[in-house]
Write a protein of this length. Structure first.
Length: 98
């Protein structure tokens, strides 16, 4: 999704399938926003960099596995998040779009 905005990305979540050009980072967040934690987690697991680790941390935090989330935050070089999950999702999505 070249030149995509956060608003564009959020609108795509209403669709039945993700836009074909989504990078894996946004694809993981797309699945999460659609309520498919398993698909989001599987996608995030295959992103072998700090961005993937950050999304992975968020997903484990969302499921309530804070110890595992903390491990992934460290791998991402990010502090453990304690704000609302929606706020973190938006923060991650904004970072992945930039």
């Amino acid at each position: 999704m070249s030149d995509v905005t956060l608003a564009d990305f959020k609108r795509s979540i209403a669709g039945k399938t993700p836009p074909p050009e989504l990078p894996a980072t946004l694809l993981a967040l797309w699945h999460d926003a659609r309520g498919d934690w398993t698909a989001a987690h599987e996608t995030a697991q295959n992103i072998e960099n700090a961005d993937g680790a950050w999304i992975h941390a968020y997903l484990h935090r969302k499921e309530g596995d804070l110890g595992n989330a903390s491990y992934w935050y460290r791998r991402a070089g990010k502090p453990d998040a304690h704000d609302a999950l929606d706020a973190e999702w938006e923060r991650i999505a904004t970072a992945m779009i930039r």
